[in-house]
Write a protein that binds this ligand. Structure first.
Ligand SMILES: Nc1ncnc2c1ncn2[C@@H]1O[C@H](COP(=O)(O)OP(=O)(O)OP(=O)(O)O)[C@@H](O)[C@H]1O
Length: 212
């Protein structure tokens, strides 16, 4: 019996004739902070999108909980924080952050917005907030259902130091509560917290590092 939640088996993804992900195999258990590190263009976002099931691999298999990633359409299973927040601009910060919970009649954690420094903005339309605030709203939306797998693309990219601390705290809380967080980042502050570091170079996985 395996406890691995996310598995990639010899995954290659082509853009035209170019392999932007090459022969990647890995197995990730729940409740870990796993960081995908690598230069710009090394394939980090593509790999997250493959696990999110937004795209199918050109070759190989990606599974979440034993099922093909492309067949998983449940935000409580797999939830993605994209590089661009992609909020509904006319909805408020709270409505955006709570959307996955509202859609299934669940009551969101009342502390979630406050933990991400968003409580004072809860009733403001998302289009009237800063990029950093939008990113934290999108992070709240990603975490609101306590997903089994949270895929986070550069979650601190638009944050100042004070708000980076809030993002890191939300991340570690989610992992302690059982979420597998797979984070694409260059941010050393997240890398320092990682359980596992997966270095990507030109779409290829270098040797996995057990960070803690
Ligand atoms: N829609 C697309 N069409 C063609 N090529 C693409 C497309 N999206 C990404 N690529 C290419 O795929 C490769 C991997 O891109 P990807 O966005 O996965 O890298 P990344 O490591 O996430 O980079 P960054 O840190 O800059 O976000 C790059 O060479 C990029 O130019």
């Amino acid at each position: 019996m395996t406890t691995d939640l996310v598995r990639l088996n010899a995954v290659t993804h082509l853009r035209g004739a170019t392999a932007v992900v090459s022969e990647v195999s890995l197995a990730l258990p729940p409740a870990r902070l796993t960081v995908l590190a690598g230069r710009s263009g090394s394939g980090k976002s593509t790999l997250l999108h493959l696990v999110a099931g937004i795209m199918a691999p050109s070759r190989g298999e990606v599974t979440v909980g034993g099922k093909p990633a492309t067949s998983v359409h449940d935000w409580a299973q797999v939830s993605l924080l994209p590089q661009r927040p992609a909020l509904a601009p006319e909805l408020t910060v709270a409505e955006n952050a709570h959307l996955p919970a509202s859609l299934r009649g669940r009551t969101p954690d009342p502390e979630l917005l406050a933990r991400l420094g968003l409580d004072a903005l809860a009733t403001r339309p998302a289009h009237d907030t800063s990029l950093g605030e939008q990113q934290r709203t999108a992070l709240a939306r990603t975490l609101v259902l306590s997903p089994a797998v949270a895929l986070l693309d550069e979650p601190t990219a638009h944050q100042d130091d004070e708000h980076v601390a809030l993002v890191l705290s939300a991340l570690t809380t989610a992992v302690t509560d059982g979420t597998l967080a797979l984070v694409a980042t260059h941010d050393q502050r997240i890398i320092d917290l990682a359980d596992t570091l997966l270095p990507l170079r030109s779409g290829r996985l270098e040797e996995e590092v057990q960070a803690r």
